[in-house]
Design a protein around this ligand. Structure first.
Ligand SMILES: Cc1ncc(COP(=O)(O)O)c(C=O)c1O
Length: 391
């Protein structure tokens, strides 16, 4: 009896599960998963409870609750000056994860190519494979995770259907500059290619870094689907409320897939999303100040422990090179993550999971730490990491 399809048989299980289990078994401070260990704003949580108690418990319209779509459109105007019709240009999805998959299914055909930057967030390539689409990798290198513009240009060809851009970037903390996005935009127009952007960390920015939305660059509004989520900005990753927005023709295509994947997503949580997205600017300013403090604590602790730290400009993460701190017998990022849990009591993520097989060596000496944690969690991690000096 065949028990698994060819389509998914090669996926295996992710290293993240193993690391989480090991962290739990050793009682390690877990800076692995990108989920806050604190709750979202009380008024957002209360809005969800109110919605449940106000009989908002049946299916929402497939494209999303009108109040949520209106708030998503308002948020896009407020922060990026985009003018969107909430009835045609916005689709509510089960997190950004479903948004990206529905965009791929709704916009590509088998045999197409889609360009991704490497390291690549771990759902994109399996999504492309399930859609029968070939990923085309463009590596980011060096201390600033820059890509080579000529290498990117060479990746474009007549089969290129789309490029996926994740900014701010997981796992590197890179925020694509306006110049880099312009390069991407020019190539998209030259090759008549779509862009799918994953901007889930749009509000997690450091050192006055500005997040540029690719869709707002000249010539890109008509060819870009922008995807984001409530989870990261409002510390409610378990709610899985995300959205895709853009020109109605593209959003309609994404919905063609979405309607037969999830149809509609959690009604009361969409109502709470409307409250969240309309919070005053102060909330977003405080969020950045809080994250800046968390990042600074972790960067200092990691530097103090002897790591080479790649200071992030955005996202929940700090990447380091661990070679200066690990004992000789540790050979790669997976062994390093296991060793750090067992010997030091701190869990991180081995970034080779974000590289294709032939490029895994690029992630071999890296480790990713999440900063989206309570002060006491970060302090406990810092104390344990301080022990690293002895190795
Ligand atoms: C780059 C990126 N995209 C998407 C997601 C998932 O978003 P959601 O929980 O809204 O599906 C994550 C979560 O870690 C992420 O880092």
């Amino acid at each position: 009896m065949r028990t698994i399809s060819q389509r998914v048989a090669g996926f295996g299980t992710t290293i993240f599960v193993e690391i989480n289990d090991l962290a739990r078994a050793h009682g390690a401070v877990n800076l692995g998963q990108g989920a806050p260990d604190f709750d979202g704003p009380p008024q957002v949580l209360a809005a969800a409870v109110d919605a449940v108690n106000s009989a908002l418990n049946q299916y929402a319209p497939g494209i999303g609750l009108p109040a949520a779509r209106a708030a998503i459109a308002q948020h896009a105007q407020r922060f990026y000056g985009q003018i969107l019709n909430p009835d045609t240009d916005v689709l509510v999805t089960a997190g950004a994860t479903e948004g990206v998959f529905a965009a791929i299914l709704g916009l590509t055909d088998p045999g197409d190519e889609v360009i991704v930057f490497e390291p690549v967030y771990d759902t994109y390539v399996p999504n492309l494979v399930m859609a029968g689409v070939s990923p085309r990798y463009v590596p980011m290198r060096g201390d600033d995770w820059s890509f080579d513009a000529d290498e990117l240009a060479r990746a474009f060809n007549p089969r290129t259907r789309a490029i996926i851009v994740n900014t701010p970037h997981n796992p590197t903390g890179k925020v694509y500059s306006r110049e880099e996005l312009k390069t991407i935009a020019e190539l998209c127009q030259k090759y008549d290619t779509l862009a799918i952007t994953d901007e889930v960390y749009e509000h997690i920015l450091y050192d006055d870094t500005v997040h540029t939305r690719l869709a707002t660059l000249p010539g890109m509004a008509d060819r870009t689907v922008t995807i984001s989520t409530l989870g990261k900005t409002f510390s409610v990753t378990g709610w899985k409320i995300g959205w895709a927005l853009g020109p109605s023709a593209l959003v309609n295509a994404v919905n063609q897939a979405h309607q037969f994947i999830t149809y509609a997503v959690a009604t009361p949580l969409q109502a709470a999303a409307a409250t969240a997205l309309k919070l005053p600017s102060e909330f977003f300013k405080n969020l950045q100040a809080d994250y800046q403090a968390r990042r600074d604590v972790m960067v200092k602790a990691l530097q103090h422990a002897g790591f080479k730290v790649f200071k992030p400009h955005g996202s929940y993460f700090v990447m380091v090179d661990w070679r200066s701190v690990a004992p000789k017998h540790v050979e790669d990022d997976i062994q390093f993550a296991q060793w750090l849990i067992r010997e030091v009591g701190v869990a991180c993520i081995p970034p080779s999971a974000f590289y294709r097989e032939s490029d895994k060596y690029l992630g071999k000496y890296l480790a990713r730490f999440a900063v989206c944690k309570k002060d006491e969690t970060l302090r406990a991690a810092a104390e344990k990491l301080a022990k690293l000096g002895k190795y």
